[in-house]
Design a protein around this ligand. Structure first.
Ligand SMILES: Nc1ncnc2c1ncn2[C@@H]1O[C@H](COP(=O)(O)OP(=O)(O)OP(=O)(O)O)[C@@H](O)[C@H]1O
Ligand code: SF4
Ligand SMILES: [Mg+2]
Length: 334
């Protein structure tokens, strides 16, 4: 791959949240929410980040847009997130609030819950205009012109600008969330389960809209979901996460049709399949709960739920190895 194709290069990302306890609060332990995650994102590409609830997807997204330290100043973030922009390469994770200011508008998030992520006391026009007031020097007339343009881009009309979020349906609210994220002309969008809270009938419309916008505006997406079937069509490559680690990654169709890691296989078998021509072992699915990231199993973190685990799986963490056109962290999978 040509380095000029890259927009983001994340290397060995770790995010630990301290846990405090006792009468005099003292650090007791750390939640290893993200434990050595690496991936790249190319210009115009979509990568899908999938895994069960609590595996660290949102934390990866927040680390990249560099808002973790502002949310929890005790968080421990390490690793590199190289952002390739027009004038050079910068490690986002090394930037503090002031240094991040120049890049903040290039990286935006779209949130899962369109009901709670929009301020109910602001009109839709004000919600979309706010980032323009913060990040640009546009005068009011320019901001309003841009708000009208953005509303049209997401399939709403300028009459909607004066209305409040509660007057909209879930799908329309997510369109507002997308318009707000697009306001400052970003390059990378982290979409954190953007359709999970929507009716299935509406999900495809929002995904199609995101794909159209990507093509037109040349955006790169990190698309987070707990359901592989949601990311399959929109993603070029998929990264499967388990307990803060990537256990398998590769081209979307490869992973979907022929998963290798036992976790990916179970994640897929737990899904209702719209396509009956694709074979799968029935009656499998994931058993047991995700172990606590406070106390990860030794060796392969998946071994407590893995149907083919052997005693040697407790000894060392299997590295990601390239096999059958993808990276997989299990030497016993086939
Ligand atoms: N601010 C925080 N303080 C302490 N622990 C946190 C914090 N944020 C996340 N965690 C922990 O980090 C782990 C990963 O959480 P995260 O929200 O990233 O998972 P997720 O994959 O996005 O899950 P979901 O699908 O439920 O959104 C969880 O164990 C969570 O409890
Ligand atoms: S390394 Fe062992 S426990 Fe881990 S996924 Fe492979 S077989 Fe299962
Ligand atoms: Mg999440």
């Amino acid at each position: 791959m040509d380095i000029s194709d890259l927009i983001l290069d994340v290397q060995d990302l770790h995010v630990h949240f301290p846990v405090f306890g006792g009468i005099i609060p003292r650090k007791k332990a750390s939640v290893h929410a993200v434990d050595g995650v690496s991936f790249t994102l190319k210009k115009g590409e979509t990568i899908g980040l999938v895994g069960e609830s609590g595996c660290g997807k949102t934390t990866v997204g927040r680390a990249i847009v560099n808002i973790l330290r502002a949310m929890n100043y005790r968080v421990d973030v390490s690793g590199r997130a190289f952002y390739h922009h027009e004038s050079g390469i910068v490690d986002l994770l090394a930037l503090r609030r002031k240094g991040m200011r120049s890049y903040r508008s290039d990286l935006q998030m779209v949130f899962q819950d369109p009901y709670s992520s929009l301020n109910p006391r602001m009109t839709v026009g004000q919600i979309i205009e706010e980032p323009l007031t913060i990040h640009t020097k546009f005068v009011q007339a320019e901001r309003q012109e841009r708000v009208r343009w953005l509303l049209a881009k997401v399939g709403l009309s300028s009459e909607h600008a004066g209305r409040y979020p509660h007057e909209f349906s879930g799908g329309q609210r997510q369109r507002v969330g997308i318009a707000r994220a697009l306001a400052t002309n970003p390059k990378i969008i982290v979409a954190d389960e953007p359709v999970s809270a929507l009716d299935v009938s509406i999900q495809a419309q929002v995904i199609n809209l995101m794909q159209d916008l990507q093509e037109e505006l040349g955006l790169s997406y990190i698309f987070i979901a707990h359901d592989l079937s949601v990311v399959r069509h929109i993603s070029d490559r998929i990264f499967v996460m388990y307990l803060g680690e990537i256990v398998e990654s590769g081209p979307s169709e490869e992973i979907y049709r022929h998963p290798l890691h036992p976790y990916s296989k179970l994640l897929l078998s737990a899904l209702p399949r719209p396509n009956p021509t694709v074979r799968r072992e029935r009656g499998s699915g994931l058993r047991g709960d995700l172990p606590s990231p406070l106390n990860k199993p030794s060796g392969c973190a998946f071994r407590t739920r893995c149907p083919i685990a052997s005693p040697s799986c407790a000894e060392q963490t299997p590295p990601l190895e390239f096999r059958d056109g993808r990276f997989v962290a299990c030497p016993y999978s086939e």
